[in-house]
Design a protein around this ligand. Structure first.
Ligand code: SAM
Ligand code: DTB
Ligand code: SF4
Length: 339
């Protein structure tokens, strides 16, 4: 675990104001929160959300795959793994920084406040390609946006160079609970992931860390992942909650759609145990009705990926999202024609 306080007794359920500093949730506490009647869960999550955030502040993060496919890791959900040969995906080498920055600038003009760049790498290697990523980070920051990258595992020195380039946050997901993890990822351990997260935090970068639901795991596994995340001190600044996007050719291709209420419960539970974090409603949003997305926001989601594609799969369209944001805003008084 990361900076987990040793030997603290399990505290009783906390109120919303104190929850931000709680790192000792047990898996049983979290399952109890998750499984309570849906309307009670929603009410509690919404109360916690409003005590810590302006509910009208929903972040738009734009996502770009800067190096696509051919990844040596074996992650069962991922279309970019070279192990899944049946996936139809063209490999694309690392993009040129100028091309990335042109897209970042376009995303900013469309309303994005954060620009996230993902590379299908097992780990960061020092050299020309990492130098190019550092230039991308500098460029995104110069545009006035938050910058986040996800590049696989990294060491302290590399995290320090990203910090010096102005990086806001590093994304590295735990994906699921420790017991289920081995069924999904065979090429790197849970401890490897925690070591990367430790390097990220030691460099003073924000941590963006969450996971995926709908891979065959149970509520216990979902709660166990949230327990590990909530044990970080401080909590991860952002927590992406992905619903599995089943991709043809991956071992999880045949998994069914995640039930919208499962996603609502997961978002609400994340919100309650990590009150001050940004909870991002991430992959899988294109399968949700706008009503289900609004329910996730009531449950405490306050960030989305904005843009027509995620890394390699389709996202909700930008125009649909613009309509969603318009629906969330205060209504203009109706014009009543005179006479
Ligand atoms: N290679 C880097 C790594 O694994 O850290 C960065 C890229 S990787 C694609 C980033 C995250 O995307 C994964 O950790 C996983 O949580 C999420 N992801 C990948 N494929 C997904 C899918 N089909 N459905 C939902 N989430 C997915
Ligand atoms: C995260 O948690 N979800 C994003 C981002 N971090 C990098 C990735 C979702 C990928 C979905 C599958 C794809 O488009 O390839
Ligand atoms: Fe590679 Fe990341 Fe996909 Fe795993 S999730 S196969 S590390 S790109």
């Amino acid at each position: 675990m990361l900076d987990q306080p040793a030997g603290r007794p399990a505290a009783a359920r906390d109120d919303a104001q104190h929850g931000a500093s709680r790192h000792d949730w047990t898996v049983a506490d979290i399952v109890a929160i998750h499984d309570q009647p849906l309307l009670d869960l929603l009410a509690e999550a919404s109360r916690v959300h409003r005590a810590h955030h302006d509910p009208s502040d929903v972040q738009r993060a734009s996502l770009l795959s800067i190096k696509t496919g051919g990844c040596p890791e074996d992650c069962a959900y991922c279309p970019q793994s070279a192990h899944h040969r049946e996936v139809k995906l063209d490999r694309v080498e690392l993009m040129d920084p100028d091309a990335v920055l042109a897209l970042a600038s376009r995303a900013r003009a469309a309303g994005a406040d954060r620009f996230c760049m993902g590379a299908a790498w097992r780990q960061v290697r020092d050299g020309e390609q990492f130098d190019a990523v550092l230039r991308m980070v500098e460029g995104v920051r110069a545009l006035g946006m938050e910058a986040c990258v996800t590049l696989g595992m990294l060491n302290d020195a590399q995290a320090g160079r990203l910090k010096a380039a102005g990086l806001t946050a590093y994304n590295h997901n735990l994906d699921t609970g420790p017991d289920f993890y081995g069924r999904i990822v065979s090429t790197r351990s849970y401890d490897d992931r925690l070591a990367t997260l430790r390097a990220v935090r030691a460099a003073g970068l924000e941590i963006c860390c969450g996971g995926i639901i709908g891979m065959g795991e149970g509520v216990q596994d979902r709660a166990a992942m949230l327990q590990v995340l909530a044990s970080f001190d401080p909590h991860p600044e952002s927590v992406p909650i992905n619903a599995l996007v089943p991709v043809a050719g991956t071992p999880l291709a045949a998994r069914g759609k995640v039930d919208a209420f499962d996603l609502v419960r997961m978002v609400a539970t994340a919100r309650i145990v990590m009150p001050a974090s940004r909870v991002r409603l991430s992959a899988g949003r294109s399968n949700l009705s706008r009503e289900a997305q609004v329910l996730c926001m009531v449950a405490g989601a306050n960030s989305i990926f904005y843009g027509d594609t995620l890394l390699t799969t389709a996202n909700s369209g930008e125009s649909e999202d613009d309509a969603l944001f318009a629906a969330l805003a205060a209504r203009q008084p109706e014009h009543v024609p005179a006479g």
